[in-house]
Ligand binder design. Structure first.
Ligand SMILES: [Zn+2]
Length: 229
C-alpha cells in the first residue's frame, strides 16, 4: 500500500534535461516525482525532513493562516510543535509543497487523516492576495482531479471539500448562523482539528474569500479537464 508507484512511461519521455529543469522535475526524490496524486505540478517541491510516511485518503483541502508574511515558513524544517502543512502559499509566487498529497501532514490534529492542509502567508487583517486565491484554487482543483476530494464547499454537516481550520476549532466566533460560514466551528461540527481554544485560523477575511476560491477552482477544473462535480 505504501510503495511508491512506478513512474509511467509517458513521463519518462519528457525530453531533454533542460525541459525537465524548466518543469521543475530535475533532481527530485523518486517517491514524489511525476505522480500527480502525490505532487502538484505547479508547486515548488520542498519536502520536510522526517515527514510522516502514514498513508491517507484526502477528503478535503483545509485553509490556514500562518500570521506571518514570510515567503517560506518551513524549508526542510517543521514548524512550531512539529507542525507542518502540505502546502505553504506565499503572498506572491508559486506555492511550496512540503509533503506528498497521499501522506499525512501535521496541521489539522485529528483531521490530519483526511486533510490536504494549506498554510497561507498573511497577518490578521490581511485578505488573501490575488496570487494566493489562484494558487489555492489550483491546489483544490488538483486535489479534486487527482486525489478524489469532493468538489464542494464544506458545510457543518459535511466537512469534505474546500474547508478551513476554524471548522474544527473551539471558540467564540459569534452566534451560530447557518448562513454565515464565519460562525461555524467545533460547537456545530464536533471536529477536533486544533488543541488551541479560540485560535483564529483562518480569519474572517479569509473565510469570506472561500466562494471566490471555489469559483476559480471550477475554471481550473475545466482547463485541466477534471470532473465538474
Ligand atoms: Zn490553522
Amino acid at each position: 500500500m505504501t510503495e511508491p508507484r512506478k513512474i509511467p512511461r509517458r513521463t519518462l519521455m519528457i525530453g531533454s534535461a533542460a525541459a525537465a529543469a524548466v518543469a521543475g522535475l530535475d533532481a527530485l526524490p523518486a517517491e514524489a516525482a511525476l505522480d500527480p496524486r502525490r505532487r502538484a505540478r505547479f508547486a515548488v517541491w520542498d519536502p520536510i525532513t522526517d515527514r510522516s510516511t502514514t498513508a491517507m485518503s484526502p477528503r478535503r483541502v483545509t485553509v490556514h493562516i500562518a500570521v506571518t508574511r514570510s515567503a517560506d515558513i518551513y524549508g526542510p524544517q517543521k514548524g512550531a510543535g512539529g507542525s507542518y502543512a502540505h502546502f505553504y502559499n506565499p503572498r506572491s509566487g508559486a506555492p511550496r509543497q512540503h509533503q506528498t498529497m497521499d501522506r499525512r501532514a501535521a496541521a489539522d490534529l485529528n483531521g490530519s487523516n483526511a486533510s490536504i492542509s494549506v498554510e497561507h502567508a498573511g497577518l490578521v487583517g490581511d485578505a488573501m492576495t490575488d496570487s494566493q486565491l489562484t494558487n489555492l484554487a489550483k491546489i483544490f482543483a488538483w486535489a479534486v482531479i487527482h486525489c478524489g476530494v469532493p468538489n464542494r464547499i464544506a458545510t457543518v454537516g459535511n466537512l469534505s471539500g474546500l474547508a478551513w481550520h476554524r471548522l474544527g476549532i473551539d471558540g467564540n466566533f459569534g452566534a451560530y448562523d447557518p448562513d454565515d460560514r464565519r460562525t461555524w466551528c467545533r460547537k456545530q461540527t464536533g471536529a477536533v482539528w486544533s488543541s488551541a481554544q479560540g485560535k483564529t485560523c483562518p480569519t474572517n477575511k479569509f473565510i469570506n474569500q472561500i466562494p471566490t476560491v471555489y469559483g476559480r477552482a471550477q475554471d481550473w477544473l475545466k482547463t485541466w479537464g477534471g470532473r465538474p462535480g
